[in-house]
Design a protein around this ligand. Structure first.
Ligand code: SAM
Ligand code: DTB
Ligand code: SF4
Length: 349
């Protein structure tokens, strides 16, 4: 690894230039970087579950769960533990290695925290990596989640600082950055990315990438979502993004954050297989797996297994580790996984 691999001093003009390279040159460069850090035929697989749906006080213009818009969504209370555990077990048995739980909150309330902490412990005990996305966190909340064993916290910057106020007015970009800082300080891994196709201009995509790659540490996971246009949200009729521009964002994210997992996230239901294959070629190496994201549709698990088979892609079994301590931990996990190998079999065909 060289120092240039983990730069944190990207400038807008540089990123603009990367985003507008000839497509073939860009993909070649991204794939070259990808192969220096990852097995190009492995993709990490996460499953999402909405643990608290709808009636969110925030006004994010893209979101079907905001209480500000009428999207016809049935709002739900915090899910019972049994349901969460059953969904997590089913996800594990279908081959997911990480279980991501999302709540339509501005931030978790004092009363909900104990349930959330229990969920982490229960899901972790199934041998899954855990991820949550619960809105803004203060330092104490981040520490509690970390102590309960939460591996990842998802908190997206969504777009550039410049475009942010066009999308959300109920919190600031700085609020998001503060939460990311609290998550880092508490020792959790960061999952942070954005949404493309919200009517932003190419400079907003470049601005978001600069923000992500210039964080003090790169997020371990970078979800790149294509906007899912939901009727009733202010973004239901926004103009489609050129799919090649979406692939460009994946490629540039791969080049700028070479050791991060870049997730081809929401929006796959509207992408054909060729488009998804291009995203993998551009360096995407993680997906959401299972027929539902939080409230909207995702491809059927069978269809994804078939796509993996046709592309010769295997689900990644565990994170790559660098420190000795982490390697020991991984070995222990591998032994445990060996004992439950049959559970992962069907996704590895
Ligand atoms: N309420 C928490 C928050 O906003 O941080 C957690 C849940 S929120 C639904 C998680 C992320 O989902 C958002 O940051 C956004 O990036 C993504 N998201 C929401 N609606 C989306 C849509 N229609 N299309 C694509 N991504 C979406
Ligand atoms: C992320 O970046 N995308 C996921 C996850 N993190 C939480 C959420 C996508 C949500 C798409 C709209 C929905 O299903 O409600
Ligand atoms: Fe609420 Fe999160 Fe949706 Fe924004 S993105 S409305 S905070 S659930």
């Amino acid at each position: 690894m060289t120092a240039t691999d983990t730069r944190h001093d990207w400038t807008l003009p540089e990123v603009r230039k990367l985003l507008s390279m000839p497509f073939n040159d860009l993909l070649f460069r991204a794939q070259t970087v990808h192969r220096q850090h990852f097995n190009p035929n492995e993709v990490q697989v996460s499953t999402l579950l909405s643990i608290k749906t709808g009636a969110c006080p925030e006004d994010c213009k893209y979101c079907p769960q905001s209480g500000h818009y009428n999207t016809g969504l049935e709002k739900e209370k915090l899910l019972e533990m049994e349901k969460v555990v059953a969904e997590a077990r089913a996800a594990r048995d279908k081959g997911a290695s990480r279980f991501c739980m999302g709540a339509a909150w501005r931030s978790p309330s004092r009363k909900d925290m104990p349930y959330v902490l229990d969920m982490i412990r229960e899901v972790k005990s199934l041998g899954l990596e855990t991820c949550m996305t619960l809105g803004m966190l203060d330092e104490d909340q981040a520490h509690s989640l970390s102590e309960a064993g939460l591996d990842y916290y998802n908190h997206n910057l969504d777009t550039s600082e410049k475009y942010y106020s066009h999308i959300i007015t109920t919190r600031t970009y700085q609020d998001r950055l503060d939460t990311l800082d609290n998550v880092r300080k508490a020792g959790m891994k960061v999952c942070c990315g954005g949404i493309m196709g919200m009517g932003e201009d190419p400079d907003d995509r470049a601005g978001l990438l600069v923000q992500l790659a210039n964080l003090p540490r790169h997020p371990e996971s970078v979800p790149v979502n294509m906007l899912v246009k939901v009727a009733g949200t202010p973004m239901e009729d926004v103009e489609d993004l050129d799919p090649f521009d979406f692939v460009r964002v994946i490629a540039v994210a791969r080049i700028m954050m070479p050791q991060s997992h870049v997730r081809l996230s929401a929006g796959r239901e509207d992408m054909n297989e060729q488009m998804q294959a291009l995203c993998f070629l551009a360096g995407a190496n993680s997906i959401f797996y299972g027929e539902k994201l939080l409230t909207t549709a995702n491809p059927q698990a069978d269809a994804d297994r078939e796509l993996f088979r046709r592309l010769g892609i295997r689900p990644e079994q565990r994170e790559q580790c660098h420190s000795e301590e982490a390697q020991e931990e991984a070995l222990a996990e591998a032994v445990e996984k060996e004992q439950t190998r049959h559970l992962f079999y069907d996704a590895a065909v």
